[in-house]
Design a protein around this ligand. Structure first.
Ligand SMILES: [Zn+2]
Length: 325
């Protein structure tokens, strides 16, 4: 026993012991990493197989001489030209080739975008969740996931995603109230209760929520005329008559009693009224521009269909001669 303690205290034996220990730990770590990587690779392979489509060009694209950068470039061209099936195929092949986590994350997002554009929402969601497994604070993935959930009408998940974006210092307060209103709108309760619940939300200064309330329930609160002018023009029903801008607009549209005379400060309204009163057929034409990505759309949007931004829609209008019939 004494001999053992004597040996144990020997510094040389201690050094050997520590060296062996380090060697064992390094060996275990190597095997762990090897199997973990293998496991990850298998998971990715399974993922790719699940989505893979048949394509005659597959072998050609799998050619090791075709670089990852070129594959991604090809896929982006197909996405832009609307050939989504081809783009998806190429991104899946790119995923097989990629080793770097950052590159894998970028391909996941591009692939999710194509699935989203092609209308495969569930697949888009699954790919985005994979991207978020790599980096949960991926703002781009979270923003797209929010829109995917919105299209799937999974409002609870939209709110969860907004919470994640809030942690990344995104301004989401108004959008959260808007989503809550959508949730209430879908509930299986009577109209009166829905309106009551929605009006209990924080609607002050929330332009999109105020528009939603007018669009669905024709309720006027503090809406600025120019945030709902297209809806007012479509309905041609008098509302909010105590506000001067609304009064002017209804006067221009000849919806007020004939004896009422109002000076029209707005030049477009004045032009509309003069032409209309002189038997010209006129109409107001609306267009919608995203303040974020500057794209123009034919219809109003609460979330931009291109950059997915919320409350970025600017309503433009112009008076035109109506040349139909
Ligand atoms: Zn946009």
């Amino acid at each position: 026993m004494d001999l053992f303690f004597l040996d144990y205290r020997d510094p040389l034996v201690g050094l050997i012991f520590i060296t062996i220990l380090i060697f064992i730990i390094a060996l275990l770590n190597y095997f762990w990493r090897f199997f973990a990587y293998k496991d990850e690779e298998e998971k990715l392979e399974k993922f790719i197989k699940k989505f893979e489509l048949n394509n005659v060009h597959k072998d050609l694209l799998k050619d090791p001489n075709l670089s990852l950068a070129n594959l991604i470039f090809l896929a982006s061209i197909f996405t832009r030209s609307g050939e989504f099936e081809k783009a998806i195929q190429i991104y899946l092949i790119a995923l097989e080739k990629v080793k770097d986590k950052k590159e894998q994350e970028d391909i996941f997002i591009s692939l999710a975008e194509v699935y989203f554009k092609a209308g495969f929402l569930e697949r888009s969601k699954e790919v985005l969740l994979n991207a978020l497994k790599i980096r949960p604070r991926n703002e781009k993935a979270l923003k797209l996931l929010k829109i995917v959930y919105l299209r799937l009408r999974s409002y609870k998940e939209v709110l969860d995603t907004l919470e994640c974006l809030l942690e990344l210092d995104e301004e989401v307060k108004e959008e959260k109230e808007f989503i809550k209103a959508l949730m209430i709108k879908e509930q299986d309760i009577d109209q009166k209760s829905k309106i009551e619940l929605i009006l209990n939300l924080d609607i002050k200064d929330n332009i999109m929520l105020q528009r939603l309330i007018f669009e669905n329930y024709q309720i006027i609160k503090d809406q600025n005329l120019f945030d709902i002018i297209d809806l007012i023009y479509r309905d041609k029903k008098i509302v909010k008559i105590d506000k001067q801008e609304y009064k002017e607009f209804f006067y221009a549209l000849n919806l007020l009693p004939k004896e009422e005379k109002i000076f029209l400060k707005n030049q477009n309204f004045r032009m509309f009224k003069i032409l209309n009163d002189n038997d010209f057929k006129v109409k107001i034409v609306f267009s919608y521009v995203c303040l974020e990505c500057k794209n123009a759309m034919p219809l109003f949007f609460y979330h931009c269909p291109i950059c997915y931004g919320f409350n970025k829609c600017k309503i433009l209008y112009e008076v035109k001669l109506d040349e139909t019939n």
